[in-house]
Design a protein around this ligand. Structure first.
Ligand SMILES: [Zn+2]
Length: 582
């Protein structure tokens, strides 16, 4: 056989294969369900969808620090690409996003498959009757390109994936309220423009082993408006659980074991706060659905179940779009009308001791004492087992605050004014210096965290005493009325009692620092003059001195005590710079 005769059929077969190949096959499909595309390939495929289908519009909402476009696809039956035009037709908007944690990419592959199936293959067209879909395949576009096989130790595929955080090591799913990352600032601007009735944020969980390929979480434990909580409890949760189970893909709420790693301790769930996607959506009066596929299930199973969950969710939204619109309007009305202020507003919750028993589809396990670490080692088998477990999910209001009419942020803190603007918050910017009497707080007992969290030194403990101040707010300061659509964001950001507040995130830590000190030899003299005028000071000092432990730095506390009792001590130390109008 000569060489040419051998070579020809090989070339021919390759060419035939090329012609037979479906251009709409996704990268994930070509890999046999084992790989996920990089940013460039995702962009190319998404662009091809937008260019080829009248139902899909291309949407860019900013550029990342490394210069990548933040892009989304809008899927609308009538080809609409503008939220006002979509709502004018009576439709609602679902925002689905993937790769806020790029190591967890199934939402990206699932979304591309679904959009292709609808727009190119004309499947599921009924899903677009009353719903338009905005799909962001990759939220954390730069973090996505820190790509490799070793980014997720607990996870069963894809072969390679992106990294959990942005290149500045920020976790975007902790950044929704404080908006440190440029990626988040772009996202918040998009969200505030579109105000989707529902947000679906797709992840892969870490945690225990169980049978469910997908778990989900919605905020129905306290941070969501009552009308929307009722909508979720009655119209979404029972229906989605049943329809997924009917398709052989049972789902369960995203839970933790009450004691980490120990299934015997029972299950717990907790309210989602505005630093997280679902808690943020709740605080904006929009329902959020967190999807957590199970890390140990094969990648293709996770993608397929995610597609199904998207389809079934869109089915529900199509049936229930009117009831969701009215629940959303009711929640917005409570914020804008001021009804929100009629009752104390909870900023923290605590889990009650009440539990209900649930059947949980797990795997049987044995527990053995590890000879390596001495810990309990839970060894899961492949044998399915249904456990009846106590589920603790009743969360009661803990810290509650009185909602004020407005907050006033001095212009010198304008970094925070700018951050609030990403949330679509309306404000009045002062055009002249203005003297105002405001309420605010003086803090004491402040304890800062030993370690940074998301790059910030958080306040872990503080006591607050309300005070009144008359002060000048300079030109550029912002008066922020609370009763507007993002009311709950305003309260969480600006009331220091909230763990979500800028204060507790450490933005105001400089106010806790003492900047002037008294020299010891000056204070010795001044203290004697003070005692001469007010002899009881001496007893007070002695009582204080008796509480001080022996230490080389005791001298600082002693002189500082006297300094604090002079008019020279900084009256602004530990005073919250933001004013409150009640
Ligand atoms: Zn995640």
């Amino acid at each position: 056989m000569n060489l040419r005769a051998c070579f020809f059929p090989v070339l021919f077969l390759a060419a035939c294969h090329l012609f037979a190949q479906d251009p709409w096959q996704t990268f994930y499909e070509k890999s046999g369900g084992t790989e996920t595309p990089r940013y460039d390939e995702t962009y190319r495929y998404a662009r091809m969808l937008a260019d080829s289908s009248a139902m899909i519009s291309w949407l860019e909402y900013g550029t990342s620090p490394q210069g990548r476009s933040h892009f989304a696809l809008v899927l609308d039956r009538d080809g609409l690409s503008d939220p006002a035009a979509i709502r004018a037709r009576g439709k609602i908007i679902l925002l689905v996003q993937a790769c806020i944690h790029p190591g967890e990419p199934e939402g990206k592959d699932a979304g591309l498959l679904l959009l292709r199936d609808v727009a190119v293959r004309k499947k599921h067209l009924n899903l677009l009757e009353h719903v338009s879909l905005v799909f962001i395949p990759i939220v954390s576009v730069d973090g996505h390109e820190r790509f490799g096989p070793y980014n997720r130790i607990n996870q069963n595929g894809p072969k390679e994936m992106g990294w959990r955080t942005t290149p500045t090591n920020l976790n975007l799913n902790r950044d929704f309220l404080k908006a440190d990352a440029p990626e988040m600032q772009a996202w918040l601007t998009l969200f505030s423009q579109w105000m989707p009735e529902a947000l679906m944020d797709i992840h892969t969980t870490d945690g225990a082993d169980y049978q469910y390929v997908i778990t989900y979480a919605v905020e129905n434990l306290g941070n969501m408006d009552p009308a929307q909580t009722q909508w979720l409890n009655e119209r979404y949760i029972p229906v989605i659980e049943k329809s997924m189970a009917d398709r052989g893909m049972p789902i369960f709420p995203y839970v933790s074991f009450r004691n980490w790693h120990d299934p015997r301790s029972g299950l717990r769930t907790w309210p989602s706060t505005p630093r997280y996607s679902v808690g943020y959506a709740a605080a904006r009066n929009r329902i959020g659905i967190l999807v957590e596929t199970h890390m140990l299930k094969p990648y293709h199973q996770r993608v397929e179940s995610t597609v199904e969950l998207m389809v079934q969710t869109m089915e529900i939204l199509n049936r229930e779009y009117k009831s969701l619109i009215s629940a959303t309007r009711e929640a917005d009305r409570r914020c804008t009308s001021g009804e929100l202020g009629n009752e104390p507003f909870p900023v923290t919750f605590k889990l009650s001791e009440k539990s209900t028993q649930v059947d949980f589809l797990g795997f049987s396990y044995t527990v053995k004492t590890s000879d390596l670490t001495g810990n309990d080692w839970f060894i899961y088998s492949d044998t399915p087992q249904t456990f009846t477990l106590d589920w603790f999910h009743e969360n009661l209001p803990d810290k509650q605050i009185q909602v004020p009419k407005a907050y006033v942020i001095p212009v010198e803190w304008n970094d925070l004014i700018r951050r609030l603007q990403y949330h679509g918050i309306q404000m009045q910017i002062l055009s002249v210096d203005t003297e105002m009497t405001v309420a605010t707080w003086k803090f004491s007992g402040v304890r800062l965290a030993q370690q940074t969290y998301e790059g910030r030194t958080r306040v872990e403990e503080l006591r607050m005493q309300e005070i009144s101040r008359t002060m000048v707010f300079h030109t550029g300061s912002a008066i922020i009325p609370v009763y507007q659509q993002p009311a709950k964001i305003i309260i969480h950001a600006l009331d220091p009692a909230s763990p979500e507040s800028f204060l507790q995130w450490g933005f105001f830590n400089a106010i806790f620092e003492q900047k002037e000190y008294a020299e010891s030899y000056v204070m010795e003299k001044v203290a004697r003059e003070m005692i001469a005028k007010n002899p009881s000071l001496l007893d007070e000092f002695k009582a204080f001195d008796a509480t001080l432990p022996e230490s080389p730095v005791k001298i600082w506390a002693q002189y500082n005590w006297w300094f604090e009792h002079t008019p020279y001590f900084d009256a602004m130390k530990d005073v919250y710079p933001v004013g409150v109008l009640r």
